[in-house]
Structure formats: C-alpha cells, structure tokens
Design a binder for this molecule. Structure first.
Ligand code: DLL
Length: 432
C-alpha cells in the first residue's frame, strides 16, 4: 500500500516543479512574516523572485540550532499565538531549550507524513500500534500517535517505560506494530524472556524504530529477537518530529518526503553539495510549514542520498541510515570515531552483546577510549583464557577498523544501563 501515491510516486521532474513553486512561496512568506529571515533577506537582497530554479536554493542562508536557541522562546514564530495549536521544547541540557510549534495545518502535515511512514513500513488500519515513544514534550510520542490515527489503526498510547506492563498489554492485546527506539525494543525482548514471555511468539510483525542511530547488526539482533521486520524512521523536532523519512521493507535507504522537506547533503566544512552517494550533512528546508518554517536547516546528521527510484516503486529520494553526527563524532588522538563504527564491529563478534558504552578520558594529556561491552552469560562464566581471547579479538577488530589503540572491558550481562528512550552510548570525561 502507498499512502499518497500521487506524491510518493511522482515523476521527479513534476516533483521538482512542485518544490520550486513551494520554495518561491516560502521565501515570500518568510519575507513577510519572519523577522529573523527578513533581516537575512534584506542583507542578501533576496525575495521570492530571486528563486528562478531549485539551484537558487543555494542563495538562501543556512539556519542552525543556535538560531532557534537565540530566539527563545517565540522569536522564530511566523504566526500569531492564536493560530498555534501545539508547542514542544527540547530537553536541552545546556542553555535554552529549542522550541518548536505547530499550527492546525502543521499538525495535519505531521499526521500525513507519519501516516505515510507507517504505511511504508507495512502497517494499515487493521493493525494495533503500541506506541512506546515517550509522550510529552518529546515529539516521538505524539507524532507517531497522530500518524496512527490518520492511518486508521488502533493506537495504544503506552509511552516509554513501564516495561512489564508494556509487555503484558502487548501480549494480551495482540499488538502487531511496535514503535520505540531500537535500544528499547532490544531491552523489551530481554525483559520479556525474564518474565517467561517468548518474544518470538509475539504477534508483532513490524517495528518502526528510530530517534537514535542503529546499525544493520543491531537490526539483525532485533529482528531475530522478535521475529519481526524492523524498519528505520528518521526525524527531528525542528523539522516536524518523527516523519521526515522512512525505510521500506526493501531496507535500502529511507524515503525522504521531499515534497515538503527539501533535502540537501553538503560537506559540513565548505557548505558545498556532496555528489550523490557521498556522505555529508543533511540540510532540510521545510516547504509548507506555517508556524516555524526553516530554510536550509543544518541537521548535523551525516547521511548520503540517492535519487534512484526504489524497488518499491516510490520515486522519492532516499537517505542512508544516519551514520553519525557532525557533533557526536569523537575525535580521539586526532582520529574521527563514530559510535556506530564500533557497534558494527561488536555485532560481528560472537559472544559480544549489543549493549555497550564508550568511555573517553584524558590521561596525562592523552585521550583514551575504553569500550565496555556486555558478553553472553555462558561466555562470562567461562574460563579466564576464553574471556581474554574474546577481549583480544574485539580489541584487534576495533583497532583495525579505527586505526586507533583502544581498551576493551568485558562486563557482565545487564551491567550497562538500559534506556527507555535514546540510548547513551558515549561518556566523554574529557570535558568539564
Ligand atoms: O528523535 C524525532 C523522532 C522520534 C524520530 C521518533 C524518530 C522516531 P529529536 O529528539 O529532535 O527528534 O532528535 C532528533 O535524533 O537529528 C538525529 O540525530 C537523531 N535521530 C532521529 N531519528 C534517527 C534515526 C526525534 N532513525 C535527532 N537514526 C536527529 C539515527 C536519528 N538518528
């Protein structure tokens, strides 16, 4: 099933025309209504007329998270407060939170793109969707909720946490679709086994998992644990929340809804376009939003993009899974390290579990990286020599991928803190 056949399978040239008209309207709209962008436009002498074709997008300024923070709380709004229906804010640990707001039409857009996502993943009106993304200011809960309503499915608004109750209802309601972070789905499988519930026997057939990076290795673990198809969903609050891009069962990239979220992939250092297929920073322009439309928003997420039609028939471009962030890339002794690279190695080594944490420290001026990883119960109770072999194997594998000397610490099962939302993979003790 395709939720919006006309858009999702549109001839790319037609899509280009639609994007251009929308972009021109957006620039006029911002010129009239946004004091933030008006200032930038005046400086650059920009108006809707200056946008003759899509490549003129490059004339428009980038928007960064700091712009949103600096205009806290309502400085970026383009509509009167009376037209705002919902306001969310990030939990930002430092400084002001990032505020995002929706008009009635923005909520309709959110419902539409989320209904597309759930349909792309294979869900339909006959499904029971257990939504274990956090409800509240985090956009995961409500965004998925609106989409499931639009789809016509039955949504169970569980929110994250309360794992035992989560599992009981899942079993009793015969839930068929689970939506949560990938790390939480794995944790739920563990808990289920402890409660004597066999996750393999659950009627869940689809997981719509996102909000944090995860590798193909983790997908294999999750799919094997639940006997379900685990698909990736991407989004960010500033753009809309969940519902920016969604992976289909081809598992070959995430369809990005470029009729409303115009993507670019750029070299984060120079701002120039990356060639198709090369990794770069994802930049998004929201073409039709009303409350806080954004021009060329620097997501900080590293992806590649392809414009080839997918086997599923959709013509929308596809982004790769998020490979890292421009800002969570660890630089250890000058070497760039993404947590996902280490996760990929760990999941290839038999005996290692997909529960890990990276601890970075500075010892006598030198950065050190310790990879703490849980091992199988049976390995842990094994001979010391076997444990040492395993430790050595993991160390060598990681070192060959990263070209960096690391320490590996094997820890007992269940010692690494589990997360109900986004997993915390890195503890960086070098700062502060
Ligand atoms: O995490 C929205 C969301 C909710 C997406 C539920 C998917 C499912 P924020 O809290 O604003 O919004 O965080 C956005 O999370 O810039 C990425 O760095 C990361 N992220 C989101 N989805 C993925 C994903 C929600 N599928 C930030 N893979 C983004 C990797 C992701 N990272």
């Amino acid at each position: 099933m395709i939720w919006n056949q006309e858009i999702e399978c549109m001839d790319p040239r037609e899509l280009g025309k639609l994007q251009l008209v929308r972009l021109q309207k957006l620039v006029d709209y911002l010129g009239e209504r946004s004091s933030f962008y008006r200032g930038k436009f005046t400086a650059g002498k920009i108006s809707g007329d200056a946008i003759k074709n899509l490549s003129d997008l490059k004339k428009l300024p980038f928007t960064r998270k700091t712009d949103l923070r600096d205009s806290y709380p309502f400085g970026m709004f383009c509509v009167d407060l009376k037209d705002v229906r919902e306001i969310h804010a990030s939990s930002g640990t430092t400084g002001n939170p990032t505020v995002v707001a929706y008009t009635g039409n923005d909520i309709k857009l959110w419902s539409e793109v989320m209904a597309r996502c759930l349909t792309i993943a294979g869900a339909g009106p006959e499904d029971i969707v257990q939504n274990a993304y956090g409800y509240g200011l985090f956009t995961g809960g409500l965004g998925v909720h609106y989409g499931a309503l639009e789809l016509g499915a039955a949504v169970v608004p569980m929110s994250s946490g309360g794992t035992k109750r989560q599992l009981k209802l899942m079993h009793d309601f015969r839930t068929t679709v689970i939506t949560c972070t990938p790390s939480y789905s794995l944790f739920m499988a563990e808990e289920a086994r402890e409660m004597g519930i066999d996750p393999l026997k659950s009627p869940i057939r689809i997981g719509v998992l996102g909000a944090e990076p995860w590798t193909e290795g983790l997908r294999r673990e999750i799919e094997a644990a639940w006997n379900m198809t685990a698909l990736d969903i991407y989004g960010l609050s500033e753009i809309i929340g969940p519902g920016v891009a969604q992976e289909c069962p081809e598992k070959n990239g995430l369809h990005i809804f470029s009729d409303v979220f115009l993507p670019e992939v750029i070299d984060p250092a120079t701002g120039e376009d990356c060639p198709e297929g090369d990794d770069g920073e994802l930049v998004i322009t929201t073409l039709t939003k009303e409350a806080i439309p954004l021009l060329r928003y620097r997501t900080g997420d590293i992806v590649s993009i392809t414009y080839q039609t997918c086997e599923c028939g959709r013509t929308l471009p596809r982004i790769s899974k998020v490979k890292g962030r421009t800002d969570d890339m660890l630089i250890i002794r000058g070497i760039n390290v993404f947590p996902s690279q280490i996760e990929a190695v760990l999941l290839e080594v038999e005996g290692a579990q997909p529960h890990y944490q990276l601890v970075v420290e500075r010892v006598k001026g030198l950065d050190t990286l310790e990879v703490q990883v849980e091992v199988d119960e049976n390995v842990f109770s094994d001979e010391i020599r076997r444990l040492q072999d395993l430790r050595h194997r993991i160390k060598k594998e990681i070192e060959s991928v990263l070209s960096l000397v690391v320490e590996v610490k094997l820890v007992e099962p269940k010692t690494i803190e589990r997360s109900m939302g986004k997993a915390k993979r890195v503890i960086d003790r070098r700062r502060g």
